[in-house]
Design a protein around this ligand. Structure first.
Ligand SMILES: *[C@@H]1O[C@H](CO)[C@@H](O)[C@H](O)[C@H]1NC(C)=O
Ligand SMILES: *[C@@H]1O[C@H](CO)[C@@H](O)[C@H](O)[C@H]1NC(C)=O
Ligand SMILES: *[C@@H]1O[C@H](CO)[C@@H](O)[C@H](O)[C@H]1NC(C)=O
Ligand SMILES: *[C@@H]1O[C@H](CO)[C@@H](O)[C@H](O)[C@H]1NC(C)=O
Length: 378
């Protein structure tokens, strides 16, 4: 401060910059400004879905996260290292993975930001936001596409900042009817060891991600046969989005689609572990699937999940709500060590006809590709 002269301190531009959240003449009363993304801020633009509402207006269901660019992850890394060394896991060279994947947990969300999205080939920009006025920095909303009509099933988009930076994403614009696949990620398409906290920690932050053997080929076969829109709904928090996105984009390149992650702001590693294996997952997944039903009321979905968490219960609830025209079929991977009893599945799929769902073991994965979903089998 001592290097600033009194003249600078009293200059209107300095005051304006120092008091951005206060209305002139009403000093002390904060108002919500809706500013563009600033030079010190970064945007995470999620892959999104374009769709038509009942009036034929094209909308974009777009989620974005705005946070401060500078991230200090030292405390998080130290916590993780302490936790792991207490159980004799040596981080060694995996530390680089951890630093990258833990980064967003230490990020500080920025409220009240408008994000400008440019669609490849579109004639205008779309504005989404403002980000939530708490400190989460998230926004998820349906924006009108207007002059940015999305004409193909997969279109590149980007968030643009006034200082010329861009943050890329993909817009998926599938047909309003036909098939879709709703898929879980952890222990359905990726080995995550959800049932074992320490193994979960290792798989999530340190190891190279490993697909469930046979699942990439199965999804590629489904893509070829049914041309469905894949939509991934995971209990993992949005801070892991870049990691999961990279995994799906490379390992499941034939079956890409938007990835819906949970919202919560977490402040410690311990929070996080409880969170991924947490028990509000069913409520969250049904919330997302409700939104998907609103977006694609005329699509028919195959739901794929596993027995570690609440996927059977989630798909059972969705079927009871929307019936077989929306959830045509549910496939559940039986994971060793989970509750795979008949009584659990019978309760989860109460009122769902037995021919609308199946539980599969890993040696059955390859044969799932032969099931004639379009012909009504499941
Ligand atoms: C997540 O946050 C966004 C933005 O604040 C909000 O629109 C959405 O409803 C939240 N989702 C859940 C499941 O709470
Ligand atoms: C996703 O993979 C494709 C290649 O299959 C690549 O061109 C694209 O840049 C990747 N996207 C991201 C965000 O990594
Ligand atoms: C967007 O619109 C669809 C269809 O009405 C609805 O299901 C969904 O919840 C909406 N999403 C948001 C974030 O408002
Ligand atoms: C499995 O789930 C059923 C139904 O919820 C429950 O009654 C049973 O106690 C569970 N078994 C185990 C071993 O957790």
């Amino acid at each position: 401060m001592h290097s600033l002269s009194l003249a600078v301190l009293l200059a209107p531009s300095f005051l304006a910059a120092a008091l951005p959240a206060f209305a002139p003449g009403r000093i002390g009363v904060p108002i919500h400004t809706r500013d563009a993304v600033g030079a010190l801020e970064t945007v995470l633009l999620f892959d999104s879905l374009a769709f038509e509402d009942a009036d034929g207006t094209q909308l974009l269901a777009q989620e974005a996260y705005v946070h401060l660019s500078q991230i200090d992850i030292d405390d998080f890394l130290e916590d993780a290292a302490n936790l792991l060394s207490s159980i004799n896991i040596d981080l060694g060279q995996d530390l680089a993975n951890a630093a990258e994947r833990l980064k967003l947990f230490a990020a500080i969300g920025v409220a009240d930001r408008e994000v400008t999205v440019q669609v490849d080939g579109g004639d205008a920009d779309i504005t989404v936001g403002p980000t939530s006025s708490d400190d989460r920095g998230l926004t998820w909303q349906n924006a009108t596409l207007g002059d940015c009509e999305v004409k193909s099933a997969k279109v590149a988009a980007s968030a643009q900042t006034e200082d010329g930076r861009t943050f890329a994403s993909t817009i998926f614009a599938p047909a309003t009817d036909g098939w879709g696949v709703i898929s879980d990620i952890d222990d359905t398409i990726k080995i995550s060891h959800t049932l074992d906290t320490l193994e979960l920690l290792k798989a999530t932050f340190f190891d190279e991600p490993e697909p469930v053997a046979g699942m990439p080929e199965l999804y590629a076969a489904l893509a070829e046969k049914l041309d469905p829109q894949f939509v991934y709904v995971t209990g993992s928090p949005y801070q892991l989005y870049p990691f999961l996105h990279d995994f799906v984009n490379t390992t499941y390149s034939a079956s890409t689609g938007p990835i819906y992650t949970k919202n919560l702001t977490l402040t410690s590693i311990d929070d996080l572990l409880g969170f991924i294996s947490g028990d509000n997952t069913q409520e969250y997944k049904v919330f997302i699937i409700d939104a998907l039903h609103g977006i694609f009321p005329n699509k028919k979905f195959l739901g794929v999940g596993d027995s570690t968490e609440a996927d059977p219960e989630t798909y059972g609830e969705v079927y009871r709500k929307y019936g077989p025209d929306f959830l045509g079929c549910a496939w559940i991977r039986a994971v060793d060590g989970a509750n795979n009893t008949d009584e659990r599945f019978a309760a989860a799929f109460a009122e769902v006809p037995a021919e609308r769902w199946r539980v599969f073991t890993d040696d059955e994965i390859a044969s799932l590709a032969d099931i004639d979903l379009d012909g009504g089998s499941c």
